[in-house]
Design a binder for this molecule. Structure first.
Ligand SMILES: CCC[C@H](NCc1c(COP(=O)(O)O)cnc(C)c1O)C(=O)O
Length: 309
Protein backbone atom coordinates (compact mmCIF):
# COMPACT_ATOMS: atom_id res chain seq x y z
CA UNK A 1 0.00 0.00 0.00
CA UNK A 2 1.23 3.51 -0.66
CA UNK A 3 1.84 5.58 2.44
CA UNK A 4 -0.88 8.20 2.66
CA UNK A 5 1.23 10.34 5.01
CA UNK A 6 2.96 13.35 3.47
CA UNK A 7 5.13 16.16 4.86
CA UNK A 8 2.52 18.50 3.32
CA UNK A 9 -0.55 17.08 5.10
CA UNK A 10 -1.00 20.22 7.20
CA UNK A 11 -1.13 22.45 4.11
CA UNK A 12 -4.19 23.79 2.32
CA UNK A 13 -4.51 23.55 -1.45
CA UNK A 14 -6.72 25.51 -3.86
CA UNK A 15 -8.50 22.93 -6.03
CA UNK A 16 -11.04 24.01 -8.66
CA UNK A 17 -12.04 27.05 -6.67
CA UNK A 18 -12.12 25.52 -3.18
CA UNK A 19 -9.52 25.41 -0.40
CA UNK A 20 -9.06 21.80 0.70
CA UNK A 21 -6.62 19.95 2.91
CA UNK A 22 -3.60 18.53 1.08
CA UNK A 23 -4.56 14.91 1.85
CA UNK A 24 -8.08 15.48 0.43
CA UNK A 25 -6.69 16.75 -2.89
CA UNK A 26 -6.49 13.34 -4.56
CA UNK A 27 -7.15 12.03 -8.08
CA UNK A 28 -7.93 8.55 -9.49
CA UNK A 29 -4.75 6.64 -10.33
CA UNK A 30 -5.83 6.27 -13.97
CA UNK A 31 -6.08 10.06 -14.40
CA UNK A 32 -5.05 11.10 -17.92
CA UNK A 33 -2.31 13.52 -16.86
CA UNK A 34 -0.75 10.91 -14.57
CA UNK A 35 -0.70 8.43 -17.46
CA UNK A 36 0.53 10.65 -20.28
CA UNK A 37 2.26 13.74 -18.83
CA UNK A 38 -0.47 16.06 -20.11
CA UNK A 39 -0.40 18.44 -17.14
CA UNK A 40 0.86 22.02 -17.30
CA UNK A 41 2.39 23.96 -14.42
CA UNK A 42 4.25 26.95 -13.02
CA UNK A 43 6.89 27.41 -10.35
CA UNK A 44 6.74 30.69 -8.38
CA UNK A 45 8.56 31.82 -5.24
CA UNK A 46 7.38 34.09 -2.46
CA UNK A 47 9.95 35.76 -0.20
CA UNK A 48 9.51 37.48 3.17
CA UNK A 49 9.19 41.26 2.86
CA UNK A 50 10.50 43.69 5.52
CA UNK A 51 6.96 44.15 6.92
CA UNK A 52 6.64 40.38 7.46
CA UNK A 53 4.22 39.85 4.57
CA UNK A 54 4.91 37.44 1.71
CA UNK A 55 6.19 38.95 -1.54
CA UNK A 56 5.20 36.80 -4.51
CA UNK A 57 7.82 37.36 -7.20
CA UNK A 58 6.59 38.27 -10.71
CA UNK A 59 3.19 36.67 -10.16
CA UNK A 60 1.61 38.21 -13.26
CA UNK A 61 4.44 37.05 -15.55
CA UNK A 62 4.22 33.49 -14.24
CA UNK A 63 0.45 33.32 -14.58
CA UNK A 64 0.64 34.78 -18.08
CA UNK A 65 2.99 31.94 -19.03
CA UNK A 66 0.62 29.47 -17.33
CA UNK A 67 -2.40 30.61 -19.36
CA UNK A 68 -0.25 30.74 -22.51
CA UNK A 69 0.84 27.14 -21.97
CA UNK A 70 -2.83 26.12 -21.62
CA UNK A 71 -3.61 28.04 -24.83
CA UNK A 72 -0.80 26.29 -26.71
CA UNK A 73 -2.29 22.91 -25.71
CA UNK A 74 -5.89 23.96 -26.18
CA UNK A 75 -6.68 23.36 -22.50
CA UNK A 76 -9.74 25.24 -21.22
CA UNK A 77 -8.70 26.37 -17.74
CA UNK A 78 -12.17 27.79 -16.96
CA UNK A 79 -10.44 30.58 -14.93
CA UNK A 80 -9.01 33.89 -16.07
CA UNK A 81 -5.40 34.90 -15.42
CA UNK A 82 -6.65 37.36 -12.80
CA UNK A 83 -8.80 34.73 -11.03
CA UNK A 84 -5.77 32.42 -10.89
CA UNK A 85 -3.56 35.21 -9.53
CA UNK A 86 -6.12 35.78 -6.77
CA UNK A 87 -6.13 32.03 -6.09
CA UNK A 88 -2.32 32.02 -5.73
CA UNK A 89 -2.54 34.87 -3.23
CA UNK A 90 -5.31 32.99 -1.37
CA UNK A 91 -3.19 29.85 -1.04
CA UNK A 92 -0.17 31.78 0.26
CA UNK A 93 -2.35 33.62 2.80
CA UNK A 94 -4.28 30.46 3.83
CA UNK A 95 -1.02 28.66 4.64
CA UNK A 96 0.54 31.66 6.39
CA UNK A 97 3.78 31.16 4.44
CA UNK A 98 5.92 34.28 3.94
CA UNK A 99 8.54 32.21 2.12
CA UNK A 100 7.38 29.40 -0.14
CA UNK A 101 7.39 27.74 -3.52
CA UNK A 102 4.05 27.89 -5.31
CA UNK A 103 2.93 25.23 -7.83
CA UNK A 104 -0.08 25.99 -9.99
CA UNK A 105 -1.00 22.85 -11.99
CA UNK A 106 -3.72 22.13 -14.58
CA UNK A 107 -4.52 18.63 -15.75
CA UNK A 108 -7.08 16.42 -17.48
CA UNK A 109 -9.04 15.13 -14.51
CA UNK A 110 -10.53 12.14 -16.27
CA UNK A 111 -9.60 8.48 -15.81
CA UNK A 112 -11.02 7.02 -19.01
CA UNK A 113 -8.26 5.10 -20.81
CA UNK A 114 -7.19 6.74 -24.08
CA UNK A 115 -5.03 9.60 -25.31
CA UNK A 116 -7.77 11.85 -26.63
CA UNK A 117 -8.37 14.92 -24.49
CA UNK A 118 -11.62 15.81 -26.25
CA UNK A 119 -14.42 16.54 -23.74
CA UNK A 120 -12.13 15.76 -20.80
CA UNK A 121 -12.57 17.96 -17.70
CA UNK A 122 -9.63 20.21 -16.85
CA UNK A 123 -8.92 20.69 -13.15
CA UNK A 124 -6.60 23.29 -11.63
CA UNK A 125 -4.87 23.14 -8.29
CA UNK A 126 -2.45 25.53 -6.60
CA UNK A 127 -0.17 24.33 -3.81
CA UNK A 128 2.35 26.33 -1.78
CA UNK A 129 5.13 24.56 0.09
CA UNK A 130 8.22 25.63 2.04
CA UNK A 131 11.36 25.36 -0.15
CA UNK A 132 14.98 26.17 0.68
CA UNK A 133 17.92 25.95 -1.72
CA UNK A 134 17.19 23.84 -4.83
CA UNK A 135 20.86 22.83 -4.96
CA UNK A 136 22.37 22.05 -1.55
CA UNK A 137 25.82 23.38 -2.53
CA UNK A 138 24.31 26.44 -4.24
CA UNK A 139 26.70 28.92 -2.64
CA UNK A 140 29.96 27.12 -3.41
CA UNK A 141 28.88 26.33 -6.97
CA UNK A 142 27.97 23.12 -8.73
CA UNK A 143 29.67 20.70 -11.10
CA UNK A 144 27.88 19.93 -14.36
CA UNK A 145 28.23 17.74 -17.43
CA UNK A 146 26.85 18.27 -20.88
CA UNK A 147 24.14 15.72 -21.46
CA UNK A 148 24.27 12.95 -24.05
CA UNK A 149 20.60 13.84 -24.62
CA UNK A 150 19.80 16.99 -26.58
CA UNK A 151 17.17 19.52 -25.50
CA UNK A 152 13.77 18.77 -27.02
CA UNK A 153 13.31 20.68 -30.23
CA UNK A 154 10.44 23.10 -30.80
CA UNK A 155 9.74 21.06 -33.94
CA UNK A 156 8.86 18.14 -31.65
CA UNK A 157 7.22 19.80 -28.61
CA UNK A 158 6.47 23.44 -27.75
CA UNK A 159 9.53 24.29 -25.63
CA UNK A 160 8.04 27.59 -24.44
CA UNK A 161 5.14 25.70 -22.89
CA UNK A 162 5.77 24.62 -19.30
CA UNK A 163 4.19 21.20 -19.68
CA UNK A 164 4.85 18.08 -17.65
CA UNK A 165 5.81 15.99 -20.68
CA UNK A 166 8.76 18.28 -21.46
CA UNK A 167 10.30 17.23 -18.16
CA UNK A 168 10.99 13.66 -19.26
CA UNK A 169 13.79 15.22 -21.32
CA UNK A 170 14.88 17.09 -18.19
CA UNK A 171 14.66 14.02 -15.97
CA UNK A 172 16.67 11.73 -18.25
CA UNK A 173 19.40 14.37 -18.54
CA UNK A 174 19.49 15.12 -14.82
CA UNK A 175 19.52 11.39 -13.97
CA UNK A 176 22.45 10.77 -16.34
CA UNK A 177 24.37 13.65 -14.77
CA UNK A 178 23.72 12.49 -11.21
CA UNK A 179 24.58 8.87 -12.03
CA UNK A 180 27.91 10.03 -13.40
CA UNK A 181 28.71 12.00 -10.24
CA UNK A 182 27.70 15.52 -11.31
CA UNK A 183 25.18 17.91 -9.74
CA UNK A 184 23.28 18.85 -12.89
CA UNK A 185 23.17 18.46 -16.68
CA UNK A 186 23.62 21.07 -19.36
CA UNK A 187 21.57 20.44 -22.49
CA UNK A 188 22.58 21.43 -25.99
CA UNK A 189 20.68 21.55 -29.25
CA UNK A 190 21.24 18.78 -31.84
CA UNK A 191 23.48 21.30 -33.66
CA UNK A 192 25.65 21.61 -30.52
CA UNK A 193 24.53 25.04 -29.37
CA UNK A 194 24.00 25.71 -25.67
CA UNK A 195 20.33 25.46 -24.58
CA UNK A 196 19.68 25.31 -20.84
CA UNK A 197 19.60 23.09 -17.79
CA UNK A 198 16.85 20.55 -17.05
CA UNK A 199 15.08 23.10 -14.87
CA UNK A 200 17.13 26.26 -15.32
CA UNK A 201 18.33 28.80 -17.86
CA UNK A 202 22.08 29.29 -18.21
CA UNK A 203 24.36 32.38 -18.35
CA UNK A 204 28.05 32.82 -19.10
CA UNK A 205 30.27 35.78 -18.24
CA UNK A 206 33.13 36.53 -20.66
CA UNK A 207 35.33 39.63 -20.50
CA UNK A 208 32.68 41.47 -18.50
CA UNK A 209 29.84 40.63 -20.91
CA UNK A 210 26.82 38.60 -19.67
CA UNK A 211 25.75 36.04 -22.26
CA UNK A 212 22.73 33.72 -22.48
CA UNK A 213 21.16 31.64 -25.27
CA UNK A 214 18.76 33.81 -27.28
CA UNK A 215 14.99 33.53 -27.39
CA UNK A 216 15.34 31.70 -30.71
CA UNK A 217 17.03 28.84 -28.84
CA UNK A 218 14.98 25.79 -27.84
CA UNK A 219 14.61 26.93 -24.23
CA UNK A 220 11.90 27.85 -21.77
CA UNK A 221 11.94 31.66 -21.76
CA UNK A 222 12.60 32.00 -18.05
CA UNK A 223 11.25 34.79 -15.90
CA UNK A 224 14.37 34.71 -13.73
CA UNK A 225 16.39 34.92 -16.98
CA UNK A 226 14.52 38.12 -17.81
CA UNK A 227 15.08 39.41 -14.25
CA UNK A 228 18.83 38.62 -14.46
CA UNK A 229 19.14 40.37 -17.84
CA UNK A 230 17.42 43.46 -16.40
CA UNK A 231 19.52 43.44 -13.21
CA UNK A 232 22.75 42.94 -15.18
CA UNK A 233 21.93 45.95 -17.36
CA UNK A 234 21.01 47.96 -14.24
CA UNK A 235 24.50 47.09 -12.93
CA UNK A 236 26.03 48.39 -16.15
CA UNK A 237 26.93 45.10 -17.84
CA UNK A 238 26.46 44.49 -21.54
CA UNK A 239 23.97 41.62 -21.91
CA UNK A 240 24.05 39.54 -25.08
CA UNK A 241 21.41 36.93 -25.91
CA UNK A 242 22.64 34.87 -28.85
CA UNK A 243 23.48 31.36 -30.06
CA UNK A 244 26.32 30.10 -27.87
CA UNK A 245 28.63 27.27 -28.91
CA UNK A 246 29.07 24.58 -26.28
CA UNK A 247 32.85 25.14 -26.11
CA UNK A 248 32.30 28.73 -25.00
CA UNK A 249 31.35 27.19 -21.67
CA UNK A 250 34.89 25.86 -21.25
CA UNK A 251 36.54 29.26 -21.83
CA UNK A 252 34.00 31.33 -19.89
CA UNK A 253 35.19 33.47 -16.97
CA UNK A 254 32.02 32.60 -15.03
CA UNK A 255 28.83 30.58 -15.55
CA UNK A 256 25.60 30.17 -13.62
CA UNK A 257 22.13 28.68 -13.77
CA UNK A 258 19.06 30.74 -12.97
CA UNK A 259 15.45 29.80 -12.32
CA UNK A 260 12.69 30.21 -9.77
CA UNK A 261 13.74 27.11 -7.85
CA UNK A 262 17.51 27.34 -8.58
CA UNK A 263 17.55 31.12 -8.07
CA UNK A 264 21.18 31.86 -9.12
CA UNK A 265 23.46 28.84 -8.79
CA UNK A 266 27.09 29.28 -9.87
CA UNK A 267 28.56 26.60 -12.17
CA UNK A 268 32.22 26.04 -11.29
CA UNK A 269 33.04 23.03 -13.47
CA UNK A 270 31.70 21.54 -16.73
CA UNK A 271 32.77 18.11 -18.07
CA UNK A 272 35.75 18.13 -15.71
CA UNK A 273 36.92 21.56 -16.92
CA UNK A 274 37.12 24.28 -14.26
CA UNK A 275 35.15 27.42 -15.12
CA UNK A 276 37.18 30.56 -14.42
CA UNK A 277 38.75 30.32 -10.97
CA UNK A 278 36.65 27.26 -10.13
CA UNK A 279 34.56 29.28 -7.71
CA UNK A 280 31.62 31.74 -7.97
CA UNK A 281 32.79 34.82 -9.90
CA UNK A 282 32.42 38.50 -9.07
CA UNK A 283 29.82 39.29 -11.74
CA UNK A 284 27.75 36.29 -10.60
CA UNK A 285 28.00 37.43 -6.99
CA UNK A 286 26.99 41.02 -7.81
CA UNK A 287 23.96 39.84 -9.79
CA UNK A 288 23.06 37.37 -7.01
CA UNK A 289 23.16 40.12 -4.39
CA UNK A 290 21.01 42.38 -6.56
CA UNK A 291 18.48 39.57 -7.11
CA UNK A 292 18.41 38.92 -3.37
CA UNK A 293 17.49 42.60 -2.83
CA UNK A 294 14.97 42.63 -5.70
CA UNK A 295 12.96 39.64 -4.46
CA UNK A 296 12.69 41.33 -1.06
CA UNK A 297 11.24 44.41 -2.66
CA UNK A 298 13.96 46.90 -1.85
CA UNK A 299 15.00 48.01 -5.31
CA UNK A 300 13.56 50.03 -8.18
CA UNK A 301 11.64 47.03 -9.48
CA UNK A 302 8.79 47.11 -7.00
CA UNK A 303 6.43 46.11 -9.80
CA UNK A 304 7.85 42.61 -9.56
CA UNK A 305 6.44 42.09 -6.06
CA UNK A 306 2.86 41.17 -5.09
CA UNK A 307 2.49 41.44 -1.33
CA UNK A 308 0.24 39.06 0.60
CA UNK A 309 -0.28 39.51 4.33
C1 LIG B 1 11.07 21.47 -12.27
C2 LIG B 1 10.94 22.83 -12.85
C3 LIG B 1 11.29 23.92 -11.88
C4 LIG B 1 11.16 25.28 -12.50
N1 LIG B 1 12.08 25.40 -13.60
C5 LIG B 1 12.03 26.62 -14.36
C6 LIG B 1 12.76 26.47 -15.67
C7 LIG B 1 13.53 27.54 -16.17
C8 LIG B 1 13.58 28.87 -15.45
O1 LIG B 1 12.35 29.50 -15.59
P1 LIG B 1 11.84 30.55 -14.52
O2 LIG B 1 12.98 31.51 -14.30
O3 LIG B 1 10.66 31.20 -15.17
O4 LIG B 1 11.51 29.80 -13.29
C9 LIG B 1 14.19 27.40 -17.38
N2 LIG B 1 14.12 26.24 -18.08
C10 LIG B 1 13.41 25.19 -17.62
C11 LIG B 1 13.38 23.94 -18.44
C12 LIG B 1 12.69 25.28 -16.41
O5 LIG B 1 11.97 24.23 -15.97
C13 LIG B 1 11.42 26.31 -11.40
O6 LIG B 1 10.47 26.61 -10.66
O7 LIG B 1 12.56 26.79 -11.32
Amino acid sequence: MFSSMSQYDSLKVWLDGKMVGYSEATVPILTHSMQYGSGIFEGIRAYPLPDGSAGIFRLSDHMERFVNTARIYGMNLRYTKEELEDAVMEVVAANGLSSCYIRPFAFYNDDRIGLSVKDKKVSVYIAAVPLGNYFSDKNSGIRCRTSSWHRISSSVLPVQAKASGNYLNSIIANSEARRSGFDEAILTSPEGYLAEGPGENIFLVKKGKVLTPGDESDILIGITRDTVMTIARDLGYEVVARQIHREELYIADEAFFCGTAAEITPIVEVDGIRIGQGRPGNVTSRITEALYRAVRGDTVHREWITSVS
